[in-house]
Design a binder for this molecule. Structure first.
Ligand code: ADP
Ligand code: ASP
Ligand code: MG
Length: 811
């Protein structure tokens, strides 16, 4: 014999009941069918009762809409020969309901007892309808078999009486019985009661246990128990199997799928439970049984959460070592009917924190203050206070006890994402670790845990790209091209959640489609400023977030400190931050380390060439960088390689600009400023404390050409062409070439023009390429050499992309 429970989501619609009918009629064995009220009806009954008791006559409209909805369902699905009888029966129920509502409307008062009666009509009526929609089904009145006692104003099942009544009722059980879930009656008074919100699941479990059913099936509107609440996070999936203890822990916070008390009666009788989807009966569902997870199973099976948490803290040195304090705390809370779902006490015993629902918080503090009034007066207890509007999250899995380091990983992951843990608790059974956090961090916490414990099929990086010039656009194109492959082969989802230009910004938590990002940004974007961009990112409070700066803008680089402080990694092609004052650079690096996020700027020097990474690998493995000699300006190298008797200096500068190698203002390159910035960054990464002013400059264009506007510069620079050409011919005759070289020797830095002969490694440096020679303790006689494209949007974007990949840690 089986018990099948169909929730409001299943019986709430005509096609739902049609599916229920098919499922039940195809069983081929005796079944008891338990049904909830039509979806939303219980809420509507509570609302109608409230309106009526407040003398608000709109209750009548609510009443009429409920009546109409039920009549519509009856017409559509009740067996034709029974339709008129069922309409008759249901109208009688509605007429009783109407009389009660009218009564409380007139006296403008109500009691818990009356409310319990009013809300019972939902299941009373739905069970009649379903019983008459299924062939050969008999309706059984649950109120005559499920009995409760009153404790702390709550209805507690009277198992002795209930089990006896169930057994008497079903001794000669017909093939299909349909009864109402949720509703019951008081053992002594026979008043109508219920088993609490979502209690139909419990009714079904009580019946299954009393009758030793071989299976309890919970039919709902999802394919099974999911790894987390699918309404809060998007990439959840169905858990194939759960043990009773895992299921109990997962539904403890009222994940809706199963009402928490449901598990115990079936666990006690070792009756397996299966969660199935009425709207997709072929899906295998979730199987819950006594079998514990096997070795191969994941450490964590699922996450459950509740956003209704208040933390009550009792604090005082006078509590240390005093026997009986906890006893008194729990006694007084129990006496006031307050349920506690989390307790955290440090071994020093000077604070105890207790998680309760927000609605219980005031009463909890008041009753505890009364209980400990004497201790408070003596100063033994300093304070009893509550923090409201918090959320509790539990990670659940039998295998946690076989896997060391789960708590470390959990709290490490939360910390890296800036999620503050207010209190935590782990049971000795190690099936559950719970923690309390701010309510506003709940979604982020669930996502980040889901992601980092591989509950998700893929890992997510949430990326914001600022700057859609040549580098930014090229990066977004590259991401677009790689997205599918990374998802399929590396389980990595690159989710671009923000794009901003100097004028507009566009944010979307679920990700921006990159097919037409420029048009999207133009048509849907809103006005942007650096501050607005930053505020938007902080407000989004999204996990695994990476800020990508593809601008050359100082106001954008000024945002890094705040972003890093707020646990957002920064990847930047913009040199301004790492080359600014040394203290600023150090602070950024330290903040990133402290927050457990990354600050990466490989493309600040040599575009996509792996220079900074290589240097870091050398120094972290114990080498010391003694000397560096490099050509770091693609622009200047292009210019020196282009000048000829036909192409004078001024034209070569213009050509570099047109080819997209130069900075937007070429004077930044020609004045050596760009190379100085790069050298400063390299010297710092090599371990030297260098400022830009410490770099000695030997320039080839006199200072006066840099005064005035950019237009003045273009106008004046041809004056240098003739002299330059003379010098170049002399150099040529000697078989030498010019290179603009950056040097660091034991912390002494300089930039300037150098003449190199054909034996020098810099002589053959083509086009806009860069080269660097690094002399270290280990690479001493023959320095390490890195050479290749040192400028260009494609390679720079690729370098930025590669920094992003190193955050995902998949390389
Ligand atoms: P019913 O009316 O069938 O009793 P409920 O609304 O009580 O349905 O429970 C099913 C709903 O629970 C689903 O529609 C889903 O939105 C929600 N839910 C919350 N947490 C989970 C979870 N971990 N797995 C599956 N569903 C969940
Ligand atoms: N109809 C009741 C409620 O909405 C019981 C249930 O759905 O299980 O709480
Ligand atoms: Mg339910």
């Amino acid at each position: 014999m089986k018990v099948l429970k169909f929730g409001g989501t299943s019986v709430g619609s005509v096609n739902g009941i049609q599916s229920v009918k098919k499922i039940v009629e195809s069983q081929g064995e005796a079944v008891i069918v338990v049904v909830s009220a039509l979806s939303g009806i219980t809420d509507q009954l509570y609302k109608t009762a409230k309106l009526a008791s407040e003398g608000d006559d709109t209750y009548l409209a609510e009443y009429q809409s409920m009546l109409a909805r039920h009549l519509e369902v009856i017409e559509a699905i009740v067996l034709p020969e029974k339709t008129s009888t069922v309409i008759e029966l249901v109208k009688i129920q509605f007429s009783d309901l109407s009389n009660i509502l009218r009564g409380i409307y007139l006296i403008k008062d109500t009691s818990a007892k009356i409310i319990d009666t009013i809300v019972s009509y939902g299941e009373a009526i739905s069970s009649i309808i379903v019983a008459n929609a299924i062939n050969e089904a008999t309706h059984v009145d649950s109120k005559s078999i499920i009995k409760t006692n009153n404790q702390f104003d709550k209805h507690i099942v009277d198992f002795e009486k209930t089990n006896q009544l169930i057994n008497e009722k079903f001794i000669h059980q017909p093939q299909i019985c349909v009864c109402a879930g949720f509703i019951s009656t008081d053992s002594k008074t026979n008043f109508v009661t219920n088993l609490g919100r979502g209690g139909s699941d419990y009714t079904a479990a009580i019946l299954a246990a009393a009758l030793n059913a071989n299976l309890l099936e919970i039919w709902t509107d999802v394919d099974g128990f999911m790894t987390a609440d699918p309404r809060i996070i998007s990439n959840t999936y169905v858990i194939e199997k759960l043990s009773f203890s895992e299921a109990m822990e997962l539904c403890n916070f009222g994940a809706k799928v199963i009402y928490p008390p449901t598990i115990f009666p079936v666990f006690h009788k070792n009756i397996p439970v299966i969660i199935k989807n009425t709207f997709n009966p072929e899906a295998p569902g979730t199987y819950i049984s006594k079998d514990k997870a096997g070795e191969a199973s994941k450490a964590i099976k699922g996450i459950s959460s509740i956003n209704d948490t208040s933390l009550i803290t009792i604090q005082g040195l006078g509590m240390v070592g005093v026997i009986g304090v906890n006893h008194r705390i729990f006694k007084v809370l129990a006496k006031n009917g307050i349920s506690v779902f989390l307790v955290s006490q440090a071994s020093s015993e000077n604070t105890t924190s207790i998680g309760v629902r927000n609605a219980d918080s005031e009463l909890a503090v008041k009753s505890l203050r009364t209980e400990f009034a004497a201790e408070i007066a003596l100063g033994e207890i300093d304070n009893i206070f509550s923090e409201d509007d918090l959320a509790t999250v539990a990670i659940v899995g039998d295998n946690m006890k076989r896997t060391p380091g789960i708590a470390g990983k959990l709290f490490g992951t939360l910390g890296r994402n800036g999620i503050n843990v207010v209190a935590c608790a782990q049971g000795a059974s190690e099936t559950n670790i719970s923690f309390v956090t701010d309510r506003k961090s709940l979604r982020k916490a669930l996502n980040v845990i889901h992601d980092s414990f591989f509950l998700s099929e893929y890992q997510v990086l949430n990326i914001v790209v600022v700057g859609v010039g040549t580098v930014g656009s090229s990066l977004l194109e590259q991401i677009k091209k790689q997205q599918q492959k990374l998802m399929a082969q590396n389980g990595l989802k690159l989710n671009v959640v923000g794009i901003a230009s100097s004028k507009k910004m566009l944010f979307a938590r679920e990700g921006i489609k990159l097919e037409n990002f420029k048009e999207e940004l133009h048509s849907k974007g809103v006005d942007a400023t650096p501050t607005l961009i930053c505020n938007e990112i902080l407000a989004m409070n999204i996990f695994n977030s990476v800020f990508v700066d593809c601008t050359a803008n100082a106001q954008i680089s000024d945002l890094y400190q705040t972003l890093l402080e707020n646990n957002t990694s920064v990847v930047t092609a913009n040199k301004l931050a790492a080359s600014s004052e040394y203290n600023k650079y150090v602070n950024l690096k330290e903040t990133a380390r402290r927050r457990g996020v990354k600050f990466l700027f490989e493309t600040n020097v040599g575009a996509g060439l792996p220079i900074i990474n290589t240097m870091n690998n050398l120094t972290t493995s114990g080498d010391h960088i003694l000397k560096m000699e490099a050509v770091l300006s693609g622009t200047l190298n292009f210019i020196f390689n282009t000048i000829s008797s036909d192409i004078p200096l001024s034209k070569a500068i213009m050509m570099a600009k047109e080819a997209g190698f130069a900075e937007p203002d070429p004077r930044i390159d020609l004045s050596g400023k760009d190379v100085i910035r790069k050298l400063v960054i390299l010297a710092r990464e090599a371990g030297y404390k260098i400022e830009q002013k410490d770099v000695e400059k030997n320039l080839f264009i006199p200072d006066k050409y840099f005064e005035g506007s950019l237009d003045d510069f273009w106008k004046n620079v041809p004056q240098l062409d003739a002299e330059f050409e003379t010098q170049r011919q002399l150099l040529n005759a000697e078989g030498k070439r010019w290179r603009f070289v950056a040097k660091m020797d034991n912390g002494n830095c300089s930039v300037g023009l150098k003449e190199v002969d054909s034996l020098h490694p810099f002589y053959d440096l083509q086009g806009s390429n860069n080269i660097i020679l690094i002399t270290t303790e280990r690479y001493n006689e023959f320095p390490m050499m890195i050479k290749g494209y040192g400028a260009g949007a494609g390679v720079t974007a690729a370098g930025v992309f590669s920094d992003i990949m190193s955050i995902a840690n998949i390389r």
